[in-house]
Design a protein around this ligand. Sequence first.
Ligand code: NDP
Length: 450
Amino acid sequence: MSDIQLKEITLEAILELIDQRDPGQTAFKQSVYEVMETIIPFIRENKKYENIGLIERLIEPERVIMFRVPWEDRDGNHRVNRGFRVQFNSALGPYKGGLRFHPSVNLSIIKFLAFEQIFKNSLTGLNLGAGKGGSDFDPKGKTDTEVMRFCQSFISELYRHISSEKDIPAGDIGVGEKEIGFIYGQYKRLTSRFTGVITGKGVDYGGSAIRPQATGFGLLYFVEEMLNHHGHSMDKKTVIISGSGNVAQYACEKAIEKGTKVIAMSDSNGFIHDKDGINKNKLDYIKELKRERHNRIEKYAEKFGCDFEEGKPWKLKCDIALPCATQNELTESDAESLIENGVSCVAEGANMPCTDAAIKLLQKSRVLYAPGKASNAGGVAVSGMEMSQNARRLSWTYEEVDKKLIEVMKSIHEKCIQYGSNGEDLNYMKGANIAGFIKVADAMLAQGHV
Ligand code: NDP
């Protein structure tokens, strides 16, 4: 198959096209399915979006960059990883989206993340296009010097494809402030330019206040909006959170601040169940522990004398569940357990953590469900604010950024209501997809067949 053209705009035709062009890209196909399922009925009612190959262009990245990343480990062995940057859509602004370092990374995963990012970035209301990148490098168990060597080699190729006007990466799984520092240092060395080419930097050298906290805090601001809108509050609710990395830690911090009781967190080995609740001091211990990526959450159970179990935390009884680890970590049977135990809200901190069957079941059971492209958009929103501060060579205070973050999350929630309401029914996925789509699709139509 040489060209990309849909005979008719149906879900089946779009998925068939992906199967033919990109066989085996299951994560990418899943992300397209989740968006198109709600967009296609909207397009039927708004014929202008059937024009000039809009859908065909929307599902095809503008550019895919794949490259070799050679580096030398501590024993002098020569290692080679694969690097990726998918520059998916620049209709709204320069490409923006994180870098993921994890052994599971492949082109399909990076394409799904970049595709999700199109709608998420559009929802923030900022002028941000969408991209994503990363490598199948596993930072776990590596020394700081090994991580630095890898980061330097990675950016020594990527630097020629990015700039503060063109493509601005950030962190994601396996890429935190340490890795961003190494990447930025080498970028600066190669270009002699002190620009805001990457976000998530340390505050001392151009980072924004609240960027580390932004995704987790934003998630809780969104959950609060959802509950308030439905006449409930956060107070004394029981919360479970998967993951114990950046997003999970700050989701936990804000959840505690909002008066909830967080009883579980996890990593890829298992979860801790602390019936007394994780308090500020215990969370500080988790943050310290997870500074080293190889440290396991099980140590929390040993230190504070609570339960640790292998597997995922979704069998525990809770009011609010926040998947903050990785894609497809909450399946239909997990959703069944949560519903049986009386969950009332599931909001995604991670990208695409709930499978499609889990989402359908939650929605059918009238559980409030928030898709990540809406509820975890706080991270990229504050990254956008970091870009603005860098461009103007100034720094906003913690309070200023926090206030702007709250406003962004409220406005995303309003957009979900505007486009996701149907009488009594409120479908956040539909609302987020349609609101995100309209802005980017209108910009694409205005800019012609490019
Ligand atoms: P981190 O690397 O800081 O933490 C990831 C956490 O998820 C760790 O606890 C890790 O456990 C766990 N995890 C990773 N892979 C798996 C797996 N296959 N199974 C079970 N647990 C797993 O990443 P972030 O917190 O930054 O990212 C978490 C999620 O949030 C991702 O989906 C990311 O795309 C999304 N996100 C992140 C944003 C950000 O600003 N950082 C913004 C928006 C979304 P272990 O240590 O054992 O690997």
